[in-house]
Design a protein around this ligand. Structure first.
Ligand SMILES: *Cc1c(COP(=O)(O)O)cnc(C)c1O
Length: 307
């Protein structure tokens, strides 16, 4: 049995009326860990367990760390997550709630990750948050579910951090014969490592992440995500933090589900972004990637600061 659940696929009446399109929502926010991450990370952790690994180590203080902790608990494998000092109390609590050990180390992810690497040995597997081909294949199961449901979508809207989800969406489209569908890859300004790479014609590294959407905050996307932009109909778009936050609030109002600004970024393409960006989409599928680390109070506070 896979560690993720099949998720609901909704036709959004509010978003369809708002845009004049038929808008489909793949509700990954309803996974047991609150995000799509358990699809790919669950698959990777199951494979490592089958290889005889007896411990998992992660260096993500976000949804990837939560997913690794959940997978370890389900598989009866102890998990250690090394997180930087900047990690919120809520994120640490969510990881600990899954029974994993949390080690706080270093000012930034770089130091935490170095410490995590120092813990590895032959029986310990490192669970990368986005750069792993087996993980992409696992994320692709969300597209399999949409295709198997018989839904006739003509495009995909997806948020991009390190590019693992984008890689998974393309893998899922390809194996279902839909590799030519246009995909809109959305980032927040200040976390737009893919958009800036595409504009520069090569994979670049941002000097710093300045967006509140920390789940999109990879300074550089994985090689595969950038390579896909050269071979597939992937368009990049950016939204402001304020647009992402407003989309979170509007989505909570419309569908009664709270998501992180990382996911609000994708939703903002239909709520508030320039309509020209989606003008040729009649039946878009939005990957409601979710995210468990933001509270309503935090989103409202950010919104006051941003407006
Ligand atoms: C991880 C994550 C993303 C970005 O996924 P990548 O694979 O890093 O591109 C987007 N939204 C949420 C909620 C996430 O947890």
């Amino acid at each position: 049995m896979p560690l993720h659940l099949p998720t609901p696929l909704l036709q959004s009446r509010p978003l369809s009326l708002h845009t004049g399109k038929t808008v489909w929502l793949k509700m990954e926010a309803l996974q047991p860990v609150g995000s799509f991450k358990i699809r790919g990370i669950g698959a990777v952790c199951e494979a490592y367990a089958a290889q005889g690994k007896t411990r998992f180590v992660s260096s993500s203080g976000g949804n990837a760390g939560i997913a690794a902790a959940y997978a370890g608990r389900q598989l009866n494998i102890p998990v250690t997550v090394v997180v930087p000092e900047t990690t919120t109390a809520r994120a640490k609590a969510l990881i600990e709630q899954e029974g994993a050990e949390v080690i706080v180390h270093g000012a930034s992810w770089m130091e935490a990750n170095a410490r995590a690497q120092s813990l590895l040995d032959d029986s310990t597997a490192f669970i990368h948050p986005f750069d792993n081909a087996d993980m992409w294949a696992g994320h692709g199961s969300l597209i399999d579910e949409v295709v198997n449901a018989g839904v006739d979508f003509d495009s995909v809207i997806v948020a991009v951090g390190g590019g693992g989800l984008l890689s998974g969406v393309i893998a899922g489209l390809e194996r279902n014969g839909l590799g030519r569908l246009p995909v809109l890859a959305v980032e927040t300004l200040g976390a737009d490592s893919l958009a800036q790479s595409v504009a520069a014609g090569q994979r670049i590294e941002l000097p710093a992440i300045t967006s509140i959407a920390t789940s999109l905050g990879a300074k550089a996307v994985c090689k595969n995500a950038f390579a896909l932009t050269q071979t597939h109909a992937i368009r990049c778009a950016t939204v402001t933090d304020l647009q992402a936050l407003q989309a979170c609030e509007q989505f909570l109002h419309d569908h009664r589900v709270l998501v992180e600004p990382a996911c609000g970024a994708a939703l903002a393409m239909l709520y508030s972004a320039d309509r020209a960006l989606t003008a040729d989409f009649q039946r878009p599928l939005v990957v409601v990637c979710g995210g468990a680390t933001a509270t309503l109070e935090q989103i409202q506070q950010w919104r006051k600061q941003a407006s």
